[in-house]
Every structure is written in structure tokens, then in C-alpha cells.
Write a protein that binds this ligand. Structure first.
Ligand SMILES: O=C(O)[C@@H](CO)OP(=O)(O)O
Length: 228
């Protein structure tokens, strides 16, 4: 039966610094690299070996995928990168310190921006330090000015349906290396989580999550590979 592995990238420099990141392209920390290698070791130990890979256009997810594949002996498998697996765009909060933003706007407002289903953070000002509109990797793509989880779902799910699901349905073992909120979008869909309950779902870095699909491509319960 087809199996899907989801991995959130290992700790990034801005996870460590507690800054809103979104589409900004920060690298993994040494701890993040170690988490990615450990994810690959776990895949190898459990004999869950990916045959096709998908990731975002962001360094932290791409490098996590590479470290994990290297550690399970699968660097050679086909790998597709797409912006639709990027982290949700953090708009005008990008680059700000999360704690300072709480002190300025209050815990409740920051929680709404971070975890509500459909309230996006304020827009990013065009031409601001973190504006990626002229980044060559996004040529031809309308880079958002901000995204809620709902808006993130609106680009993750069509990509899931059109690009990833057919590969999975053909019998491949698929690994997706992505981000906290692009993976929350996918898990919400696959596990049928309500708009209310999704606010409570956190996805840890570097911990492979597995779904096994039946013949009708209905996913079973998700589980953490370390617990299996
Ligand atoms: O900063 C971000 O882009 C994300 C993921 O690290 O943070 P949050 O936990 O607020 O979704």
C-alpha cells in the first residue's frame, strides 16, 4: 500500500532566533542538520525507504530532504521542488522577533496571526527588506503579500491533488520535506481536522510523520515513525 512520509525541516536559524520567517530563505542550524540526518537514520532503521521526493523552493526544506535521503541511502530518487510547498507567507511580520511582537501587540493577537485558520498577518510592504518579488526562483509567480492558513491550503491542496497524489497512487513511497504551516495544511486535509481544531496542531521539526493509504487512496491514521 502507498505510504506518505511528511517531514518538517530541522531547526532553522530563525527558529533558533525566534523570528517570523515565512518565505524568507534562512538556513538550517547545526542542530537542524542533525535533526535531518536523524530523520534519515530512522527511515533506514525502520526500512521505510522513499522512492519519490517533493520539497519547497526554500533552503531549509531542500537541505533537510538531502540530509535525510543521504542517511537512508536514497539521494538518487527523483526530487521535485515547488513553491506551493513553501512555508505560509508571514507578510509584514517577516523578520520580526516573536517575543517583541507579543509585547507590542499582545499574546492574543500574535496567537491569531500565528495559528488562526483565516486571519492573515498584515501585508508585507512592496519593496520592504524581505520582499521576494524579484527573487529569480519566483520568476513568473505572484509572490503573496501575506497568507493565512486558509490561503496556504488554497495553493498546497491543488498541488497535492495534481502532482503528488498521482505519484503516490502509482505505488511510490513519497517523502515531502516542507514547513510547519504547509504541512499543517496537508495534515488538516488528510486527517479531516476542523477549522477550529487545526489551531491546536503543532508539527515538530525533523520528525517523520507517516500515512498509509488503502487501495481507494484513503489515508489511515497518521503516526510518528519514532512511535511505530
Ligand atoms: O516563522 C515561521 O515561518 C513559522 C515556522 O517556523 O512560525 P510559526 O510557528 O509562527 O508558524
Amino acid at each position: 500500500m502507498p505510504k506518505l512520509i511528511l517531514v518538517r525541516h530541522g531547526q532553522s536559524q530563525w527558529n533558533l532566533e525566534n523570528r517570523f520567517t515565512g518565505w524568507w530563505d534562512v538556513d538550517l542550524t547545526e542542530q537542524g542538520e542533525a535533526e535531518a540526518r536523524a530523520a534519515g537514520d530512522l527511515l533506514r532503521e525502520r526500512g521505510l525507504l522513499p522512492t519519490a521526493a517533493f520539497t519547497s523552493l526554500q533552503t531549509r526544506a531542500i537541505k533537510t530532504l538531502q540530509f535525510a535521503l543521504e542517511h537512508c541511502g536514497r539521494l538518487w530518487i527523483p526530487e521535485t521542488k515547488d513553491w506551493r510547498l513553501n512555508e505560509r507567507h508571514y507578510g509584514g511580520l517577516t523578520g520580526l522577533d516573536k517575543q517583541q511582537t507579543r509585547e507590542r501587540h499582545g499574546d492574543e493577537q500574535v496567537h491569531i496571526w500565528r495559528r488562526s485558520f483565516d486571519v492573515p498577518p498584515p501585508d508585507m510592504e512592496p519593496g520592504s527588506d524581505y520582499d521576494l518579488a524579484s527573487d529569480p526562483r519566483y520568476a513568473g509567480i505572484a509572490v503573496p503579500q501575506t497568507e493565512s492558513l486558509k490561503l496556504t491550503i488554497e495553493r498546497v491542496l491543488p498541488y497535492w491533488e495534481s502532482a503528488i497524489l498521482p505519484v503516490l497512487a502509482s505505488g511510490e513511497t513519497v517523502i515531502i520535506s516542507a514547513h510547519g504551516n504547509s504541512l499543517r495544511a496537508l495534515v488538516k486535509h488528510l486527517s479531516g481536522i476542523s477549522d477550529e481544531d487545526i489551531t491546536g496542531l503543532e508539527i515538530p521539526t525533523g520528525q517523520p510523520i507517516v500515512y498509509e493509504f488503502d487501495g481507494a487512496m484513503t489515508p489511515g491514521e497518521r503516526y510518528y515513525l519514532k512511535d511505530s
